[in-house]
Design a protein around this ligand. Structure first.
Ligand code: 9MR
Length: 332
């Protein structure tokens, strides 16, 4: 089954009725944009805040949706108190294990009846997000430094131990680029060889009008599904704004402050010209034709947002632009 999915935030679910109406009509699964990240949940040693995630789960439950958990381990979402942790390596590993245990166990409790079967509202987790560099090697991070080069195996095994029913995914951007794709294939093979459960790979899909090409996307679908994992397109949005630094992917730490306020970089501040709208529509059509062609290999498609109004792409990589990456415009 192909699950259509949207990201949400607890705050928008609580306050925005238009947001909810569109979500309910067209989708059957949600992902929290930020509310289920480590930084939101793990607020101190033995101190967890599940309240925003719970609000999303409760909304999903009431509306017959499932939730895909994003993300347990991500170098960009480590709470400050943990980044500055000065204890022993063993104490760090214990903290991570307890955090994974508390988090997956907490969210796996909420059940829903779908097709006559009682299952967890949370279908699965992005266990590790963005562990790879562009050349396919492992990114420097506190997890690599402290837990060692087999840290993915360690944390996937932890996630399985505390919620054996959850689908476990590896999620990253630029997985349609050859080097990074090869790195991810190697990583998944090594997890499989070492007995760690991995069900799916999440291709983030922060894409542009012409890049990646359909051929590159198809090559990735085939390469990953050959490993026996499902492919998920997890953070789909298509930027229509200039990207002159040959920048692609979604490294959140890149800073392009010098372009702020530059009109050339923000060419459509009032509305999107018809010619670009047509290109965008065609691009989405072609992408979805490809997804349908390979629907037996694809388990989920998630858009990274509901309306253009709240897309992260209005502020990345340059703050304060007007982008049009999603299916719904600023008036829904
Ligand atoms: O869209 C998210 C934005 O609101 C957050 O400020 C940012 C940092 O937590 O994360 C954004 O989502 C990222 C996702 O979690 C992982 N892939 C890249 C996404 C865009 O940066």
């Amino acid at each position: 089954m192909c699950i259509r999915d949207r990201i949400v935030s607890a705050q928008k679910l609580a306050t925005n009725t238009q947001f909810k109406a569109y979500l309910n009509n067209d989708f059957n699964s949600v992902t929290a944009e930020n509310d289920m990240k480590m930084r939101s949940i793990f607020i101190g040693p033995n101190n967890y805040d599940f309240s925003k995630g719970d609000a999303i789960i409760s909304y999903a439950k009431q509306n017959g949706f499932r939730v895909f958990g994003h993300a347990l381990i991500w170098h960009s979402s480590i709470p400050d108190w943990l980044v500055n942790f000065t204890g022993t390596d063993m104490a760090f590993e214990e903290l991570i294990e307890t955090y994974i245990k508390e988090t997956v166990a907490h969210f796996s409790q909420e059940k829903i009846i779908l097709n006559g079967q009682e299952i967890s509202v949370v279908a699965g987790w992005d266990v590790v997000n963005e562990a790879l560099n562009g050349d396919g090697t492992l990114r420097e991070s506190i997890f690599l430094k402290v837990l060692g080069e087999n840290y993915l195996e360690t944390v996937y095994k932890m996630a399985e131990k505390y919620d054996s029913n959850a689908d476990l995914a590896y999620n990253d951007y630029n997985l349609c680029k050859p080097k990074k794709r090869e790195g991810a294939v190697k990583l998944i093979k090594s997890l499989q060889k070492n007995g760690a459960k991995i069900n799916s790979v999440g291709i983030q899909a922060h894409w542009q009008l012409t890049s990646p090409t359909l051929e590159e996307i198809e090559t990735s679908i085939l390469a990953f599904s050959e490993l026996g994992v499902k492919v998920m397109f997890t953070e789909l949005d298509i930027s229509v704004l200039p990207n002159p630094w040959e920048l692609s992917g979604a490294e959140v730490t890149q800073n392009f402050k010098k372009f702020e306020g530059d009109k050339k970089m923000n060419p459509f501040p009032e509305n999107l010209p018809d010619s670009v709208k047509e290109k965008l529509a065609k691009r989405y059509e072609n992408i979805f034709k490809l997804f349908v062609k390979h629907k037996d290999k694809i388990s989920r498609v998630t858009f990274w947002g509901v309306t253009d109004k709240f897309s992260w792409l209005n502020d990345w990589p340059i703050k304060g632009r007007t982008n049009y990456p999603l299916l719904f415009d600023r008036n829904y």
